[in-house]
Every structure is written in structure tokens, then in C-alpha cells.
Design a protein around this ligand. Structure first.
Ligand code: MN
Length: 191
């Protein structure tokens, strides 16, 4: 079995000016693709050859974990955005955000703060635990909340390759701008 890189559900310039077509060409076209190519190379002849991506993330270590998790994280990240989706959460997810963070505005502030404050490369996550409680976590490098038994709902990539073309060193500006392209219908469907 070979993992396929899913096509983006929007044109490469559809998220401008928040994420440029040039960033998409590198980040999706080269970085995400490389993780998936590496994953396909690494699983050959191993017990993971026919495994689900989530199983590899939960069980493997080292380069196999890193590439499987980075493949999953990037697909999840790029599918969280759309040029014309809901820009605010609704329904049960909105109630949970208000309950666990005080308000949607406070949640966004806390999320950006966690992403801006992560030292080095990694991801900032919104997840739900088994009891339905929402939490924001930081993860270094290829970390994924699945390994902690959490259900990921949203992630922002804070590796420099995600923002350096468009924002240079201004990571917090990049993170704040991402709110303009998050598709909350997608995030809600994960909740
Ligand atoms: Mn990335």
C-alpha cells in the first residue's frame, strides 16, 4: 500500500493574502510531499506496510513516527482552511469553547499565545479529551495529540517553513491571520 498525498480542496492562491500561493507551493508541494514520500519509503518491508497512518503514529518511533506524524499533521492543517467557510464556531463546539475558555475571543488569544510561545519547531493544537473537555497544547517537532489519547480538532503549524516566506520572523502575525481562513464547519465536524 502507498499513501497518497490528498489534493488540496482549494486553489493554491485561494488563501491569499493570509497564505500565499508561493508558500503553498513549498509547504504543500514540497514539505508535505516529502513527508509522505519518506513515509512510503520507510514502511517498505516493515510491519507497517499496510497500517493506518494513525496506528503508525501511535506505535512507531524515530524517523517512521516523525514522517507519519508530519504527513498526518500537514494533511489535517491544510484541510482546516477554506477561502469561504464559517469564520466562527457554532453548535456544541461553540458551547464547549465558551465553557472551557470563557469566550471565542479568549480561546483565540490563548491559542495564538501558545503557538507564539512554543520554542523551536512544532504545532499548537486544540483537542478534546475523552470527557469532551477542550484543551490547547503545544507540541514540538512532529508531536501529535493522538499519542496522548486526545482527539485533535485544529492545529496551526509553527515550523518556520509555514510562515517565513509571507511573514518572515513574525510568527504571531501569521497565527493571528490564520483565523481569517479557518473553516469552522470542518473543525466542528471533527468534534
Ligand atoms: Mn509544515
Amino acid at each position: 500500500m502507498k499513501y497518497e498525498q490528498p489534493a488540496l480542496p482549494y486553489a493554491e492562491n485561494a488563501l491569499e493574502p493570509v497564505i500565499s500561493a508561493e508558500t503553498i507551493r513549498y509547504h504543500y508541494g514540497k514539505h508535505e510531499k516529502a513527508y509522505i514520500d519518506n513515509l512510503n519509503r520507510l514502511i517498505k518491508g516493515t510491519e507497517y506496510e499496510d497500517a493506518e497512518l494513525e496506528d503508525i503514529i501511535e506505535q512507531a518511533k524515530g524517523p517512521l513516527f516523525n514522517n507519519a506524524s508530519q504527513a498526518w499533521n500537514h494533511i489535517f492543517y491544510f484541510f482546516s482552511f477554506s477561502p469561504d467557510g464559517s469564520r466562527e464556531p457554532g453548535g456544541e463546539l461553540r458551547k464547549a469553547i465558551d465553557r472551557d475558555f470563557g469566550s471565542f475571543e479568549k480561546f483565540k488569544e490563548e491559542f495564538v499565545e501558545a503557538g507564539a510561545g512554543l520554542f523551536g519547531s512544532g504545532w499548537v493544537w486544540l483537542s478534546r479529551d475523552v470527557d469532551g473537555k477542550l484543551l490547547i497544547t503545544q507540541g514540538s517537532n512532529a508531536q501529535n495529540p493522538l499519542t496522548d489519547g486526545l482527539t485533535p480538532l485544529l492545529t496551526f503549524d509553527v515550523w518556520e517553513h509555514a510562515y517565513y516566506i509571507d511573514y518572515k520572523n513574525l510568527r504571531a502575525d501569521y497565527l493571528r491571520n490564520l483565523w481569517n481562513i479557518v473553516d469552522w464547519d470542518v473543525v466542528e465536524s471533527r468534534y
